[in-house]
Design a protein around this ligand. Structure first.
Ligand code: 5AD
Length: 336
């Protein structure tokens, strides 16, 4: 197994069977140490901070795991207006944020015209802009890009087609993949990722997820444990395994050494210090929630998410304690 880790570390290439055996390997610390070394060698000690604005929790989809699914009648829906969004962006840039991430449910109220107006206004500030608003048409994506959006996040969630179908009623796996290829073609820095520990998900399917990320040549990969959430069909299921989540993340770092990998909020939600452990096992990005306080609890994609919130000051302290620092640039994917 030591040879396999060494091979991953030096060649950044593993077969399906090799990924499966690493995912099953008990001594995960060896994988984490290797991923941390690769992270330092390729992307250094800088950590990129992204300011996340959750601007609408209205969603037309019904993903079985997600707390803001359309059929959840127990949450109050909200939309930020353009002025509130721009005010949040302005405050964030004053604080030093270099990337804004606009995230929402799949909310048709924010049509192409409204998004274009938002993108234009945000790009008056000196920031990189990431969108995370779901599946749209090729033309929509192209219009966002032409207007100035730089990056797009759309997790594939799982590449197990059968599991995808059960988890995402009335959605198409083919279309989701097509959206990702469209984003790449249009020239977005494209982020994707998967959930870890969905009911009936196998280790083999996680290995397929990792190979898919490589094939897509994704620029950013965010993964996190599935968290059973109240008022969803999966509320009684077991949470995903946090150490398996770290392992998937670390293997992604070994195979895609120069990409951006966030220490995700779901990791911190399931484990105190989860963010810190992730940063020492391959991650080089942190997303900070800058949604206006009154809306935060309502963007409940999974339970206890807000417990894991961290401020800019706190992240500075955390990074100091592990000999890392906040990066000064925009934090784009630099291919090596
Ligand atoms: N547990 C963990 N992650 C979740 N997401 C949605 N619901 C959950 C959940 N219950 C993740 C999805 C989505 C991202 C924004 O949040 O992977 O892409």
């Amino acid at each position: 197994m030591k040879d396999l880790i060494l091979k991953a570390k030096n060649k950044h290439d593993l077969s399906f069977d090799e990924i499966v055996s690493l995912l099953k390997y008990e001594n995960s610390d060896e994988i984490f140490v290797a991923a941390n070394e690769v992270r330092e060698k390729y992307v250094g000690n800088d950590v990129h901070i992204r300011g996340l604005i959750e601007f609408s929790n209205v969603c037309k989809q019904n993903c079985k795991y997600c707390g803001i699914r359309a059929k959840n009648k127990f949450i109050e829906r909200y939309r930020l207006n353009e002025d509130d969004i721009i005010k949040t962006v302005s405050e964030a840039t004053n604080l030093g944020y270099k990337t804004i991430v606009l995230q929402s449910g799949e909310d048709d109220y924010f049509d192409e015209e409204k998004m274009i107006s938002l993108i234009k206004k945000i790009k008056n500030y000196d920031v990189a802009l990431t969108l995370s608003i779901g599946e749209k048409t090729y033309e929509d994506y192209e219009a966002y890009k032409v207007t100035g959006a730089n990056r797009y996040l759309l997790r594939i969630e799982t590449t197990d087609e059968k599991l995808y179908k059960t988890m995402h009623p009335n959605m198409s796996y083919e279309n989701r993949k097509q959206c990702l290829y469209n984003l790449k073609k249009i020239g977005f820095e494209t982020g994707t990722g998967c959930l870890i520990g969905l009911p009936n998900q196998t280790i083999e399917s996680l290995a397929c997820d990792i190979l898919f990320f490589q094939e897509l040549e994704a620029d950013m990969i965010g993964v996190g444990p599935f968290i059973a959430t109240k008022n969803t069909p999966l509320e009684k299921d077991l949470n995903g395994d946090i150490s398996l989540s770290f392992k998937v993340m670390a293997i992604i770092r070994l195979l895609m050494p120069d990409i951006n990998i966030p220490a995700t909020t779901a990791m911190e939600t399931l484990l105190d210090d989860g963010r810190k452990i992730a940063l020492q096992s391959g991650a080089n990005v942190v997303m900070i929630n800058i949604t206006p306080q009154i809306y935060r609890l309502k963007y409940n994609i999974y339970d206890n998410k807000n417990k894991a919130s961290i401020s800019y000051c706190e992240i500075e302290k955390l990074l100091n304690s592990i000999n890392r620092k906040i990066a000064s640039g925009f934090g784009s994917h630099k291919k090596s």
